[in-house]
Design a binder for this molecule. Structure first.
Ligand SMILES: Nc1nc2c(ncn2[C@@H]2O[C@H](COP(=O)(O)OP(=O)(O)O)[C@@H](OP(=O)(O)OP(=O)(O)O)[C@H]2O)c(=O)[nH]1
Ligand SMILES: [Mn+2]
Length: 176
């Protein structure tokens, strides 16, 4: 519990200047909290290391946080999950997106669980409102790109799978 509370504090501090891309400029920390909330309150995940990793999942990718720092603060398991979920922002966006699809089947089961909740949060967020500057086409592309990764990650948690299948069905997007 102590480590989990530390993750809340640490993530809130690291993301403190960031906003989501929605018109309301929601504080970015709402996203990692929401991802942990899906896992804990909708899906019944009670592994505090996974919930802490959910809170921290965008810190290396989107803030100055390093892997070594996470390892020092939270130990190898939590730091490892976050590292697995970190896209290399030095790469062009199309390449990052391609790699998420290509590397999906290399993720550990712990990382899969967090990645699926991340996608659920982001897809629901797109249903709630369109990020500033995004066209309807771009929203559709995000759904379609997600539908290429997510099915590779099915089979680890039935409830997460069901939520995602429903999100794609609602948009008439096929997944295999
Ligand atoms: N739907 C939505 N997404 C927002 C919003 N604000 C920030 N984001 C973030 O934007 C990312 C998706 O936008 P893209 O244009 O596809 O990706 P990019 O930011 O990496 O270039 C997600 O990153 P991520 O969590 O790292 O996940 P991933 O999609 O990169 O795997 C998501 O969390 C918002 O208002 N709505
Ligand atoms: Mn995320």
């Amino acid at each position: 519990m102590e480590k989990f509370m530390h993750a809340i504090q640490f993530a809130a501090y690291k993301h403190r200047f960031q906003k989501r891309k929605d018109p309301d400029q929601t504080p970015y920390i709402n996203h990692p909290i929401g991802v942990a909330h899906i896992l804990s309150n909708e899906v019944g995940v009670n592994d505090f290391d996974i919930l802490a990793a959910a809170l921290l999942h965008d810190t290396i990718e989107d803030t100055q946080t390093t892997f070594d720092e996470l390892q020092q603060e939270f130990g190898p398991r939590i730091a490892g999950i976050v590292a697995e979920l970190t896209d290399d922002k030095n790469l062009p966006k199309a390449e990052r997106k391609r790699l998420q699809i290509a590397n999906a089947d290399k993720l550990s089961s712990d990382a899969v669980i967090v990645r699926l909740a991340d996608k659920i949060y982001n897809l629901r967020d797109l249903n709630r409102c369109t990020p500033v500057g995004w066209s309807a086409e771009r929203v559709k592309e995000y759904f379609e790109w997600s539908s290429k990764i997510v099915p590779q990650l099915f089979g680890h948690n039935t409830q997460l799978d069901t939520i995602l299948k429903e999100l794609f069905l609602q948009k008439n997007i096929r997944f295999d």
